[in-house]
Structures are given as C-alpha cells and as structure tokens.
Design a protein around this ligand. Sequence first.
Ligand SMILES: CC(C)(COP(=O)(O)OP(=O)(O)OC[C@H]1O[C@@H](n2cnc3c(N)ncnc32)[C@H](O)[C@@H]1OP(=O)(O)O)[C@@H](O)C(=O)NCCC(=O)NCCS
Length: 183
Amino acid sequence: MRSGRRSSRGSETPPGAGGPRGRTPRSGEVQVRAARAEDVGSVAALWVALLAYHRDLGEEDIHPSRASAEGRRFIKEHVGTGDRICLVAESGDGAIGFLVGTLRKRSAAFGGWRYGHIYDVYVHGPYRRTGVGRALVEEAVRWFRARGVRRVQLQVRAHNAAGIGFWKGLGFGDLAVTMERRL
Ligand SMILES: CC(C)(COP(=O)(O)OP(=O)(O)OC[C@H]1O[C@@H](n2cnc3c(N)ncnc32)[C@H](O)[C@@H]1OP(=O)(O)O)[C@@H](O)C(=O)NCCC(=O)NCCS
C-alpha cells in the first residue's frame, strides 16, 4: 500500500460490487484496462476500501471515512497522464480491483535508471485468489517495460502477510526495511 495516505472507516467496506465470498470468476469474466475519467469515483471507492483493509490489520492512524475526497484526488491525478498509471479490473458487477503506479528516476549518483513504482493494488474480497491481482500487476509491468523500465518497486506493510505473499508469488523480493521509533 502507498505509505503516507490516511483515511476512517473501521472495517473493510465492500464497493458496489456484490457476489458471495469465495466465488470463482470464470476465466475472461474480469477485464483489466486503463482507468478513464468516468472510473474515478468507483476506483476511489476501492481505494477507501483498501484503507479500511489496512485499518482492520491494525493501523489505527487510518480513517477511511475521512478519505473520500483524498481518494478521488489521488486517483484523478493518475488517470490519463503520461508518466502515471491507473488500471481498473472490471467484472459484470463493475470495478472490482485497481492498481496505481508511476515512473520514477534515480539520481545519477545512484545509477540514473528509471523504475516503476506501484503505490497500491487492491482486489475486492470475493474476487481474490482468482488471478485478478496478478493480471493487474502484469498489465502494469507491460506498461513499465514499454517505457524502458527494467525494475519495479513498491512498499508493503510488514504485518500484511497476505500482501507479502502476493508480491513474493509474483517474483518480488525484499529490498529495504523501513524502521520506526515512536517518541
Ligand atoms: C493482495 C491482493 C491484491 C492479491 O490479489 P488477488 O487477485 O487475490 O491475487 P491473485 O489471485 O492474482 O494471486 C496471485 C498469486 O499471489 C500469491 N498470493 C495471492 N494472495 C495470497 C495470499 N493471501 N497469501 C499468499 N500468497 C498469495 C499466490 O502466489 C497467487 O498465485 P496462486 O493463487 O496461483 O497461488 C488482494 O489479496 C488484496 O486486495 N488484498 C488487500 C490489499 C493488499 O494487501 N494489497 C497489496 C499490498 S499493498
């Protein structure tokens, strides 16, 4: 999850998408595509649900109910621009997942290479473990590769075991440890 974003609902809020937990979408039922201006509201609702997921994992500073306007702003900034990417995964139920990322460049002293940074990936609960997250990341990797990028980085919270399992399952490895001391 993108660090530094804070939002306020106490529990993960399902977006408009319905469907019983544990359903297995048929292959081809979910489409991954670049988000458009008209998707900003539904993707922002998923972003708020992502914050609620983190709140449920124990991040007490997160306030999903205060995050709606910030979510819209953040998603809008990543739609339809040259160096940022916002993907939406869509089923017959509407938007059920998203990915947000950007292109970044290291300074010359650190190699000068450009790299992809993924802020957030989220899949609505009933659709998890059916390949939607993988499809979102693979599409982002294609997008980064087409722009000459050969490395993709991201941050994941140390207590998000499922998130870490996901990234490791997709071939990502440990790069840095973020440390904190409360004062
Ligand atoms: C993490 C998340 C995006 C994964 O999406 P998903 O659609 O369920 O993932 P996929 O079905 O494409 O899984 C791809 C691979 O990742 C790994 N993986 C996925 N979820 C996992 C989990 N809970 N535990 C361990 N490994 C997992 C597996 O290797 C899986 O392949 P397999 O199903 O063939 O074994 C989704 O669980 C989610 O939205 N979680 C809440 C938000 C979050 O943690 N985001 C990522 C951290 S920023």
